[in-house]
Design a protein around this ligand. Structure first.
Ligand code: ATP
Ligand code: MG
Length: 567
């Protein structure tokens, strides 16, 4: 973006992105009666991903900001790959992100009759012709950016012949791929997209909405601008690769526009995320090849996957906001997304005790058959969240890696002779431990000081380490799914000679079945989110049942990835 607009616009305008600047100028100039009407136009050939979320936040966000409207339009011009399952999932995802489209969803297929009528008009005006050549020949004749194309021998057919053939294409008289309708523009144009682009192709396929009514289908470039026009769209936002299509977008509109109203295409940089693949085609391969467990696998960058994983809509919207819109392609560190998710979850999730890899701990001097309740703050970040009580007793579980037989000096957790505080309870000292026959620690023996109870005890020594714990007889078993990045490579789709599959992270899912959780956690509902203290943020999975609780790790508490992978 040039700085001039910003420089003269003054401090207040400085925060506008380049699209907002355009929109504000259009409003000032009363262009299109100063209306703002955007659209989000997914093709229903897969589930939406986080890149689409950027586009959704942008389109719906601008409509909100400028008191305008935003349509949801299914760009369903390719019946071979489209399904109602995808239509439904897209609607669910947009709503979940917190947006509401204007009126009912629109479908490009609703415009097939009008688009056909306009194509007939193009033929009548001498601006389109039926080409009988196979696709390969048409491609060869297209030339290269530095070499002009060749005109098709069918280019100068009479209007009558074109009308007759086009109608018969529509009637299904010709086989798949045998003829196309092309715009008659300019085979020498420096812009390859203007070299008589294909507008209609023959495709004998069942369409998810129009059934077998149509034997010909419009191409994206023809359908898109005309659909924008039919819906009264003012600002048609798309990703950068469509910049070279813009002259064609405008050419198509030129053929039909009779009033002052006109949609405008504006391109912005697509979202690319490190350690992620983001094309629906590649995501479909992961699903079809069973490399993941469906479109909503919590490792997928799909909105359905992120939702199941436990990401909140607020954090995805905040992420879209933080990355902004640019005019040049870039790659966003997936760590930024995780950082924002943590920031959000830190504010809203209760802190709970869960022991992912439990080891037994006995307090020798705590009376047998005695238990007591200790009071724990639910969320120090949220004073409204209150507190709860948790059972404490002689036998506990602590995290296996919170104990070392021979710890180094700076290890502020438990080891022979060392002292730690048990969160919300007492200070304990390790006296001894048992090993099982394989050499693993099986039980840790401690003593406690009854005067050190958190908050109330008369003796509050300064202790560096605080551990989470659970009372053994009341703790509930749970399954915990520890998710990690799906790919180990920063740019898995960026290797010309290698498939992203080759870079799948073999440790992207670890299932731990003998975790211990607070009894209250077993009653939580699907989708509920918690911080497991000192471990990370977790969400109740769809598979969870009260008799078999299942939790997904959303993110760890800190970014371990960057550290461990730079060593
Ligand atoms: P993919 O290449 O992942 O299959 P697509 O562009 O084919 O995506 P569409 O359904 O055609 O998917 O996209 C709907 C809208 O979402 C378009 O306006 C498109 O520009 C936008 N979009 C798609 N991917 C991204 C992305 N990574 N970043 C921002 N916007 C995107
Ligand atoms: Mg597409």
């Amino acid at each position: 973006m040039s700085n001039t607009t910003e420089d003269v616009a003054g401090a207040e305008k400085r925060s506008l992105n380049f699209i907002e600047t355009i929109i504000e100028e259009d409003i000032q100039n009363k262009k299109n009666d100063a209306r703002v009407h955007t659209r989000f136009p997914p093709e229903p050939n897969g589930y939406l991903h986080i890149g689409h979320a950027k586009s959704i936040c942008l389109n719906f966000g601008l409509a909100e900001k400028y008191n305008g409207k935003c349509n949801l339009r299914f760009d369903d011009t390719n019946p071979e790959k489209e399904e109602t399952e995808y239509v439904d999932s897209i609607m669910e995802d947009v709503r979940w992100l917190g947006f509401q489209w204007d009126k009912e969803p629109y479908y490009a297929s609703d415009y097939f009759d009008q688009l056909y009528a306009w194509a007939v008009k193009l033929i009548r005006d001498g601006k389109a012709y039926v080409d009988d050549q196979p696709q390969e020949t048409i491609s060869q004749q297209r030339g290269t950016p530095t070499r002009p194309g060749m005109e098709s021998p069918f280019r100068n057919r009479t209007v009558e012949e074109n009308l007759d053939l086009f109608e018969r294409m529509k009637a299904g008289e010709f086989p798949n791929g045998s003829r196309v309708l092309r715009a008659k523009i300019d085979m020498t144009s420096p812009n390859m997209h203007m070299r008589d682009p294909v507008m209609y192709r023959i495709l004998i396929a069942e369409h998810h909405r129009t059934g077998d009514k149509w034997k010909i289908y419009p191409m994206y470039d023809y359908a898109h601008g005309q659909s924008d026009y039919l819906e009264g769209i003012t600002h048609s936002l798309c990703t950068l690769e469509f910049e070279v299509h813009r002259p064609l977008y405008d050419w198509c509109l030129d053929q039909i526009i009779e009033t002052n109203y006109r949609p405008r295409q504006i391109e912005f940089a697509r979202l690319n995320l490190s350690y992620t693949v983001m094309s629906k085609r590649k995501l479909l391969e992961l699903v079809k090849g069973n490399y993941v467990n469906g479109w909503d696998d919590p490792r997928m960058p799909t909105i359905a996957g992120l939702r199941r994983r436990g990401f909140t809509p607020a954090s995805i919207r905040a992420f879209a906001d933080r990355i902004g819109v640019a005019k040049r392609d870039n790659v966003i560190d997936v760590g930024l997304l995780e950082f924002i998710v943590r920031e959000d979850l830190n504010k809203i999730t209760p802190r709970m005790m869960a022991v992912v890899d439990p080891v037994r701990l006995v307090i020798n001097n705590y009376p047998e058959n005695q238990t007591e309740e200790v009071e724990l703050v639910n969320n120090p970040e949220d004073p409204e969240s209150g507190s709860r009580s948790l059972l404490f007793g002689r036998e506990l579980f602590i995290e296996r890696d919170d104990f070392m037989v021979d710890p180094p000096k700076k290890y502020f957790r438990l080891g022979p002779g060392r002292e730690v505080r048990l969160k919300g309870a007492y200070v304990i000292k390790c006296e001894n431990f048992d090993l099982d026959e394989t050499g693993n620690v099986s039980t840790i023996y401690c003593t406690y000081d009854p005067d050190t109870k958190s908050g109330t005890g008369i003796h509050q020594p300064k202790i560096k380490g605080t551990l989470h714990w659970l009372e053994a007889s009341s703790a509930v078993n749970a399954e915990v799914r520890l998710y990690d990045r799906l790919f180990v490579d920063e740019d898995p789709a960026g290797h010309a000679d290698k498939d992203p599959i080759e870079f799948l992270n073999p440790d992207s899912l670890k299932i731990v079945t003998n975790c211990k959780i607070e009894p209250a956690l077993a009653q939580s509902k699907i989708g509920e989110k918690f911080q497991f203290q000192r471990i990370g943020y977790f969400c109740v999975d769809n598979d969870s049942r009260p008799e078999h609780p299942v939790f997904n790790r959303i993110v760890s508490l800190k970014d371990n990835w960057t550290k461990s992978n730079q060593e």
